[in-house]
Design a protein around this ligand. Structure first.
Ligand SMILES: [Fe+2]
Ligand SMILES: [Fe+2]
Length: 379
């Protein structure tokens, strides 16, 4: 029993005492339910964790022991993620309420609402994919710990969109339901669900070569396309409004989200690359080609729906070309062929937006937090 006056006393017992405790607990179990006693491994049989037993998937090392690290980079992702702390309540949305109701054109309102509608559905999907599917398949705790943080961040992003929707006074049920009635939004979500099906499968056996192959291609889609392109580019229509001094509160919220997403994408790509090396896998170029084609087609439809006509400073054509440009970047990071050779960087301000250090203080009371955020390096 834990002694609350001396809570660490349990940890200082000798091995003899430990064995006695284990045996007594086993006997107690028999007495309570009349069943066979729970079988405990003898503490003498436990060996120190061997780092060589750790693997990204299918590892045999004790998952409950953090160190020794095999993937110290994953732990660093966790430390870096903790430098980007904020909540949506920290950012003043007053000007956005005025901008939305008094300054935005009907086309700009259409753009703003549909971007939020797509993002909010996507972020729930991202949260579920990481928290309920990917995380449990990782067999090293340093990977799972970053992903636990990622799950929290995806939930925080959903709160952020909800806060924007609420602050502006948009009809919640209508915005949240939009992906079910707008085919161009539904197509992206549906494609993601299909492409993530093997990751989301609870009973996938990753010791099977074909299943592992499906898993790695599926996770590659999540890291490289879903987070790396669709999220990374997904904020740019709002940033285009911000560049004209409109909806600046929402855009600031999205800048914080984008910082998280840059890390999510980089982490996922690193996991895929390490997994390919560790398991000696070969990525299937023709399968990937089809993935890029499907994703490009869905993005073209989505962009044309968002922007049937260009708004000042942003067009569907620019959005689509930027998708292709960022897709090439992700492919390079994944050591696979560029899907869209020659695609141009049409929104050269987008990277600037992602890399912007938020040294300015929105609220005097939050100085420390924003300085912490500014300590991030985005190389
Ligand atoms: Fe997110
Ligand atoms: Fe994410």
């Amino acid at each position: 029993m834990l002694d609350w006056n001396d809570p660490i006393s349990n940890f200082t017992t000798s091995k003899e005492q430990d064995k006695k405790i284990v045996t007594e607990q086993a006997l107690e179990n028999k007495n309570v339910d009349g069943q066979s006693p729970v079988l405990f491994d003898s503490i003498d049989s436990l060996k120190p964790v061997d780092v060589n037993d750790k693997r990204i998937v299918n590892g045999t090392a004790d998952i409950n022991q953090l160190a020794p690290f095999k993937y110290p980079w994953a732990w660093n992702f966790f430390l870096n993620a903790n430098k980007n702390h904020w909540t949506p309540l920290d950012i003043n949305m007053t000007k956005d309420v005025q901008d939305y109701h008094q300054k935005l054109s009907a086309e700009e309102k259409h753009l703003y609402e549909n971007v939020l509608s797509y993002l909010t559905t996507s972020d729930i999907l991202a949260m579920r994919n990481v928290g309920l599917a990917v995380m449990e398949k990782m067999s090293a705790p340093e990977l799972q710990i970053y992903q636990a943080r990622q799950v929290y961040e995806e939930a925080l992003h959903t709160w952020t969109y909800q806060h924007c929707i609420e602050s502006i006074g948009l009809e919640q049920s209508e915005i949240y339901n939009r992906y079910r009635v707008v085919p161009q939004i539904y197509r992206k979500i549906n494609l993601a669900n299909q492409r993530l099906s093997s990751v989301l499968k609870a009973d996938i056996d990753l010791t099977d070569a074909d299943a592992l192959d499906d898993f790695v291609h599926s996770y590659l889609f999540f890291a490289g396309v879903f987070e790396g392109c669709w999220f990374y580019n997904g904020f740019s229509p709002i940033f285009a409004l911000q560049r004209r001094g409109l909806m600046t509160g929402t855009a600031e919220q999205l800048q914080y989200i984008m910082r998280d997403e840059v890390l999510h994408c980089a982490f996922g790509i690193r996991v895929v690359n390490e997994l390919v090396k560790e398991e000696n896998l070969t990525l299937d170029e023709s399968r990937l080609k089809l993935m890029w084609q499907e994703c490009e087609a869905a993005e073209i439809e989505y962009a044309k729906y968002l922007l049937p006509e260009p708004i000042l400073g942003y067009s569907a054509e620019e959005h689509i070309e930027q998708f292709r440009f960022i897709a090439n970047r992700r492919a390079k990071q994944l050591n696979i062929s560029e899907p869209f050779p020659g695609a141009a960087n049409r929104l050269d301000w987008l990277d600037e937006q992602a890399n912007m250090r938020k040294e300015k203080n929105f609220f005097e009371t939050r100085v420390t937090e924003y300085q912490t955020g500014a300590a991030l390096s985005w190389d």
